[in-house]
Design a protein around this ligand. Structure first.
Ligand code: ADP
Length: 440
């Protein structure tokens, strides 16, 4: 890549632009005020004479013709003579009188009067010499140029300070942020863009600090989740080694339970990181969602029957015969599993769980309704975030990484669906998702 030029400081750039602007402005002024002044003046005089001729032409039969001549003479310095009168150029001058460098534009024109007689008039428009004016203007312009240069420098520094100071402030805060100080406040003001940038950076800092918080929490959770099963597995294995004759199925069961707890944790962490990096592709296939739901409910029921959970499945009349979808079967299963397992985990004493399937236009809606602990309104917006757990105190009875619902969210979003929850603390939750269905 070509090495770019070293960037220059804003104030020098502003100064450069201002300087160019001033030079252009002054150049144009010089051109018009000095070089072109005489030509322009002559041009204007010519126009004035033309309009004088027109005025005379209009009033050639009027009695006030002489008055018009006088006005032209006084106001416009245009003398009008009848052709046979003596022309000013031919005026006799006293001896030794130096002819002033006074020019005049002269035009002679015949005017036909109403009675048919022809009146020949000569127009003299006096052209005053502009040399003296030009000299004055030159001096003035020199002074103006000097003033403008000083003003340009001052203005450049003022503008640059006004613009670059907030940028420098933001830069300083951003460096703090980069060091990991997430509570850095971006407060630069001055103009709209900078205020917007400050706002955006404050938001970014907020998000970064949230992510950092989540990361710490996840690490604590994972460390906790790993430590307990690992130590359980270790002590049971140790026991089995010490007393090989007394191995009981309950002991092996504990080991198996803890291993499966560990693997589900590891799977969750893997799954979310794969979903987040977008590594996974979807394996879309057409299949019957209703059958899938019933099968999963059957399997889960089998697992938790001992604990007294009751499952109900119901569907509206339209979807009773089965709803078909075009989706990734494994992923939809994962969504449903996560919702069902949450319903079980947070069931409290209300151990009946209802799964409801219904159709809404081109969509099918699946609800998992429990009668458990419910969720307080203030937490509702956050439960779909990664690593978010309402109950920060890790209860052993409830295993969770805080990833389940964010996996649900990612998968449903990838299927162009929607998801949500209605929840009442104390009386239970209704978690639902809605995805497009195939036409029956
Ligand atoms: P976890 O692995 O902690 O269950 P989730 O992402 O599945 O993580 O859920 C996030 C949080 O939402 C949970 O920690 C829990 O507080 C709350 N939650 C999820 N499902 C339910 C439910 N059915 N009833 C009550 N709270 C729930």
């Amino acid at each position: 890549m070509k090495k770019s030029l070293k960037p220059i400081r804003l104030k020098w750039k502003v100064f450069g632009y201002l300087l160019v602007f001033c030079v252009l402005l002054l150049g144009i002024l010089w051109l018009f005020e000095t070089v072109l002044l005489y030509d322009m003046y002559k041009f204007i005089r010519k126009k004035e004479m033309n309009s004088a001729i027109l005025q005379v032409e209009k009033n050639i039969d009027s009695d006030s013709l002489q008055e018009i001549f006088d006005i032209l003479n006084q106001e416009k310095e245009i003398m009008v003579n009848e052709a046979n009168e003596m022309k000013p150029a031919a005026k006799v001058r006293p001896e030794g009188f130096k002819k002033p460098r006074q020019e005049s534009l002269t035009r002679t024109k015949d005017f036909v009067k109403a009675d048919g007689t022809v009146m020949t008039l000569t127009f003299h428009a006096i052209i005053t010499p502009v040399d003296a004016t030009v000299a004055t203007l030159r001096i003035q312009l020199t002074v103006i140029t000097a003033i403008m240069m000083i003003l340009a420098v001052l203005l450049a520094f003022l503008i640059a300070r006004h613009v670059s100071k907030p940028i420098e402030e933001i830069n300083k805060s951003a460096k703090e942020l980069a060091k990991g100080k997430y509570d850095t406040e971006f407060s630069a003001t001055g103009f709209l863009e900078i205020e917007e940038l400050s706002g955006t950076l404050n938001l970014t800092a907020g998000e970064l600090s949230k992510v950092e918080g989540f990361r710490r929490e996840l690490l604590t959770n994972i460390a906790h989740d790993l430590r307990t099963p690992l130590s359980l597995i270790y002590s049971y294995a140790e026991m089995m080694q010490d007393f090989p004759d007394e191995i009981m199925p309950e002991q092996t069961q504990v080991i198996m339970d803890e291993v499966s707890r560990l693997s589900s944790l590891v799977n969750d962490v893997f799954e979310i990181s794969r979903l987040e990096t977008g590594e996974q592709t979807q394996n879309l296939e057409r299949y019957c969602l209703t059958d899938q739901l019933k099968e999963i409910i059957g399997r889960v029921e089998e697992l938790v029957r001992r604990d007294g959970y009751l499952f109900y499945f119901n569907s509206d009349a339209e979807s009773e015969s089965g709803v078909w979808i075009n989706a990734d079967q494994v992923k939809i299963a994962q969504v449903f599993y996560n919702l069902l397992l949450n319903a079980i985990n947070y069931a409290g004493d209300g151990k009946s769980i209802t799964v409801r399937q219904s159709t809404e236009g081109n969509y099918v809606k699946v609800e998992v309704i429990d009668q458990g602990t419910g969720i307080t309104k203030e937490y509702l917006p956050y439960i779909w975030n990664r690593y978010y757990k309402v109950d920060k105190n890790h209860k052993r009875a409830v295993t969770g990484t805080g990833l389940g619902l964010s996996i649900v969210k990612k998968i449903i979003e990838a299927h162009h669906g929607t998801y949500g929850v209605e929840s009442e603390p104390g009386s239970g939750s209704d978690f639902w998702f809605r995805i497009p269905k195939l036409k029956a």
